[in-house]
Ligand binder design. Structure first.
Ligand code: GDP
Ligand code: CA
Length: 314
């Protein structure tokens, strides 16, 4: 079975890590959101891409969920002492990634090729694709009529502003990475990782080509919400502010035109009827991933659910 996952950062990376432990590189790859990318101190930062790569490399910082483990902060502190910005933390080791990526992008190398080379150095054998080599920027529109860059909203304003809508600037002109689209087209099954639908998966789907490739393919999404709450980040808050009750069924509804199957938590069994009404095949299980064992267990369940769905459709 060939599988492609779509993912954002922290939540997505956990399931991707489990899937990568079970499937060989020729059978599994991941397409990652780059709507969060931005420039900081003239450095080109790709937060979700780095989170997925560092997680697969076993380098991720378990406390923060982002950045590198056993990190030091000398450069960041010194920059702040010199009057530089201190709202976006960059570790000393992590900085090497951003400096090299910036230099290579400035020399004209595409982000996908840079990521592939970094992954090789980090010992990551599965392909990790940025959704596009063209810049796409997630902009957060607030109820006060302000438009914030994603990191400005997420980090600088700590997700406090009330959102009214999202815009994926540049998406219309962007193109999928060729190899990513080819791998997606060749996939038997597609998995939407338990990432934020609004700002992690929607930006990927906004790049012309991916959505079309998904039509007619079995797609399984995993809920990032349990009992209406996000395990981390603003997903539930965003639903509320947009006038939708955050719940497993709200996630299923978000994607429902694309979904064949939906994986949600046993604690949300009450949502089952609603989900089945949309002719989505449900899988109720424990979707919380605390450690590596949980990631592998959930990934295994998703794979066998996928097999069942595939055998039904033949
Ligand atoms: P970000 O880009 O770092 O915000 O990461 P993602 O968009 O990939 O993931 C954020 C989502 O992951 C949040 O909505 C969380 O609720 C969800 N999440 C985090 N940990 C887990 C977990 O263990 N299980 C599930 N099902 N979702 C999780
Ligand atoms: Ca993100």
């Amino acid at each position: 079975m060939k599988l492609t996952a779509l993912a954002g950062g922290v939540g997505g990376a956990k399931l991707v890590d489990g899937l990568a432990a079970l499937l060989p590189p020729e059978a599994f790859c991941v397409i990652v959101n780059t709507g969060d990318d931005f420039e900081h101190l003239s450095l080109k930062i790709s937060p979700d891409l780095d989170t997925v790569c560092y997680t697969l490399a076993g380098m991720a910082n378990p406390e923060t969920g982002w950045g590198i483990k056993n990190e030091t902060w000398q450069v960041y502190k010194t920059i702040a002492q010199l009057g530089g910005p201190d709202w976006f933390r960059l570790g000393d080791t992590d900085l090497a990634t951003h400096i090299m990526r910036t230099a290579l992008l400035c020399e004209g190398e595409p982000l996908s090729a840079i990521t592939q080379n970094f992954c090789q150095e980090w010992g990551v054998s599965h392909r990790v694709f940025p959704m596009s080599d063209h810049p796409v920027r997630t902009m957060v529109h607030t109820n006060e009529g302000k438009v914030l860059g994603f990191q400005e909203y997420f980090v600088q304003h700590a997700c406090e502003p009330v959102v009214s809508r999202f815009e994926f600037k540049g998406a219309d002109e962007a193109k999928p990475v060729d190899d990513a689209l080819r791998r997606l087209n060749e996939s038997d099954l597609v998995v939407f990782a338990p990432s934020n639908p609004w700002v992690s998966i929607d930006p990927i789907l906004a790049v012309p080509g991916y959505r079309e490739s998904l039509r007619g393919k079995p797609v399984i999404a995993i809920s990032p919400l349990i009992e209406g709450r996000a395990l981390k980040g603003p997903a539930a808050k965003m639903y509320r502010e947009l006038g939708i009750r955050p719940s497993a069924s709200a996630i299923a509804e978000h994607y429902h035109d694309l979904l064949t199957g939906f994986v949600f938590d046993e604690r949300d069994r009450g949502e089952l009827e609603k989900i089945e009404r949309w002719r989505i095949i449900p899988l109720l299980t424990d979707i919380f991933m605390e450690d590596k064992q949980d990631r592998i267990r959930l990934a295994r369940e998703v794979l066998s659910f996928g097999q069942t769905i595939l055998s039904r459709s033949h």
